[in-house]
Design a protein around this ligand. Structure first.
Ligand SMILES: [Mn+2]
Length: 426
C-alpha cells in the first residue's frame, strides 16, 4: 500500500489550526531568545534515519515470540513498510538490509521499488551469528575470531558477498557486528581471538570498494556471557585504526554496561574522526531494544548535544550513518518506529536549541550553574511544533501516529498480507 500526498494533506487539515498556534507561540519565544527557527527546521527536515529490515516484524525473546498481524514477509513488503513510515514522518529515508535474510532476487526491480518510495539503501549488515543453511562450517565457537582458519575464511567470504550485494543496491557501507566471544572463563585465549578478528577484518577491509566504509560495532556481552571479542568502543576504535581510514566505530545505544557515559564516548570518537555509525534504541538494563527515548530521554538529549557539537566542530569526522536498531515484542512495529523517529527528532531539535557559544563562555568561566541551566532550558522546551513544521515542509503528517491509526494502516496491511505472516529471518 501507498499513502498519497493528497491523503496526507487531507489528514493534516483538522490539525493545521492548532499546529499554527503552537508553532507561532514557540517560534516567537525562540526568536525572542535569539534562536534561529528556520535553520533548525531545515536541519530537522534534512535529518534521515535508516530503518533496519528486522525491525518491521515482531521480534522475540529467548522465551518465545508473539506474532504481530500483517507482518512483512518479503523484502518488497519490508520496503513498502519503510515507505509508509517515510510518507508519514519524512524522517525514514533509507532501509538497512540484513544478509542473508534480505537477498533480492531481482536487483533492478528492488531498486526501482525503493526509489518509488523515495528510499535509499543504507549500510548492509552481515550475519555470522547464526549458521546458514548448507554452510560447511559452523559459527558455534566464533566466526571472524574462530580458532579454525576454515571458519574464519567462510566468515570473511560471507562479508565480501554482502558487500557485493550492497554494491548492486547502491549501499556505501558494511556494518559488522560479531557475536564472537566466550561463555566461560578459560574457554578462549583473549589475545588469539582478538588477533584473528583483526586479521579477518583487515581482509574484509581490503576487499571494500574505495568509496565504501566499514563500521565495527561493539557490545560487552550477549550472546556470549563471559566475554565478547569486541567488547567496547576502545577495542572497536583500535580495530578500525588497524584497518585504515575508511574503517570506523559504530555506537549502538544498547551496547553498553548500565550507566556508561555514552555522550563522552561519542565526543571522543568524533574528536578522533572515527564515529562512523550510530544505532538508536533505549534500555534500562542491557540491550533491551526499547523504544528510543522511552526510558532515558535526558541521556539521549545529552548524546545529541555532543553529536551536534561534533558535526559543527569536527570536519575530520564523516557525517554519521543513523539507524534505529530495535526489535519489538509487544507493540505494533510500525507504531513503535514512529515513536522512535519522533523521539530522535525531538532530542536533535532540543540539542539544536543550545547556544553553543553561550555554553562555551559559561564553561570557560567555570559557571557550573549556568552550564546546567543552558542544557536544561533546551531540554525543557516543547519542540514538537518544530518537528511538525519540518514534516509539513516535506509533505509529511503533522501527527504521524494519529494518522497511522486514522488511516487504519495496520488493518489494511492485514487485509493485504493476512494474519499469520512472519517477517523473514526472525
Ligand atoms: Mn546495532
Amino acid at each position: 500500500m501507498r499513502i498519497t500526498k493528497e491523503r496526507i494533506a487531507e489528514e493534516n487539515k483538522p490539525h493545521l489550526k492548532s499546529h499554527t498556534e503552537r508553532f507561532d507561540f514557540l517560534s516567537h519565544t525562540l526568536r525572542h531568545a535569539g534562536g534561529e527557527v528556520e535553520a533548525i527546521i531545515d536541519q530537522l527536515a534534512a535529518f534521515q534515519v535508516a530503518i533496519p529490515s528486522w525491525a518491521l516484524g515482531a521480534g522475540g525473546t529467548r522465551f518465545g515470540r508473539f506474532s504481530f498481524y500483517g507482518e512483512p514477509a518479503t523484502l518488497e513488503q519490508k520496503i513498502e513498510d519503510v515507505g509508509i513510515l517515510q510518507s508519514l514522518t519524512q524522517t525514514a529515508g533509507a532501509i538497512s538490509l540484513h544478509i542473508p535474510w534480505d537477498v533480492p532476487s531481482d536487483y533492478t526491480a528492488i531498486k526501482e521499488l525503493a526509489a518509488s518510495h523515495e528510499l535509499l539503501f543504507d549500510a548492509v549488515n552481515s550475519n555470522t551469528f547464526q549458521d546458514q543453511k548448507n554452510a560447511k562450517e559452523s559459527y558455534k565457537y566464533g566466526s571472524l575470531s574462530a580458532n579454525r582458519s576454515a571458519v574464519r575464511k567462510q566468515a570473511v567470504k560471507h562479508n565480501i558477498e554482502v558487500v557485493d550485494i550492497g554494491k548492486k543496491l547502491g549501499s556505501k557501507s558494511l556494518t559488522v557486528w560479531l557475536a564472537d566471544g566466550a561463555n566461560f572463563p578459560g574457554q578462549r585465549n583473549f589475545q588469539t581471538a582478538l588477533q584473528h578478528t583483526e586479521d579477518s577484518l583487515k581482509e574484509i577491509y581490503a576487499a571494500l570498494p574505495s568509496d565504501w566504509k566499514l563500521f565495527i560495532e561493539y557490545k560487552p556481552y550477549e550472546p556470549n556471557f563471559y566475554s565478547t571479542v569486541i567488547q567496547d568502543w576502545g577495542t572497536s576504535f583500535m580495530l578500525a585504526n588497524a584497518c585504515g581510514d575508511r574503517a570506523y566505530t559504530l555506537v549502538d545505544l544498547g551496547h553498553h554496561l548500565p550507566n556508561t557515559n555514552i555522550e563522552q564516548i561519542v565526543s571522543t570518537l568524533m574528536l578522533k574522526g572515527k564515529l562512523g555509525g550510530f544505532h538508536f534504541n533505549d534500555s534500562k538494563y542491557g540491550d533491551d531494544d526499547s523504544t528510543v527515548g522511552s526510558v532515558k530521554p535526558y541521556a539521549l538529549f545529552l548524546i545529541f548535544n555532543e553529536l551536534v557539537y561534533g558535526m559543527l566542530n569536527n570536519p575530520q569526522n564523516p557525517y554519521p550513518a543513523w539507524m534505529i536498531d530495535a526489535s519489538h515484542n509487544i507493540k505494533d512495529p510500525l507504531e513503535d518506529l514512529i515513536q522512535s523517529l519522533e523521539a530522535i527528532q525531538e532530542a536533535y531539535a532540543k540539542a539544536l536549541l543550545i547556544d553553543q557559544s553561550q555554553l562555551k563562555s559559561a564553561q570557560e568561566a567555570n559557571d557550573v550553574v549556568v552550564c546546567q541551566e543552558i542544557l536544561q532550558d533546551a531540554f525543557r522546551t516543547d519542540v514538537r511544533p518544530l518537528l511538525e513544521a519540518a514534516r509539513l515542509r516535506r509533505g509529511g503528517t503533522i501527527h504521524p501516529l494519529k494518522t497511522f491509526r486514522s488511516l487504519k494502516i495496520r488493518e489494511q496491511l492485514i487485509r493485504e498480507r493476512g494474519k499469520n505472516t512472519v517477517a523473514s529471518g526472525l
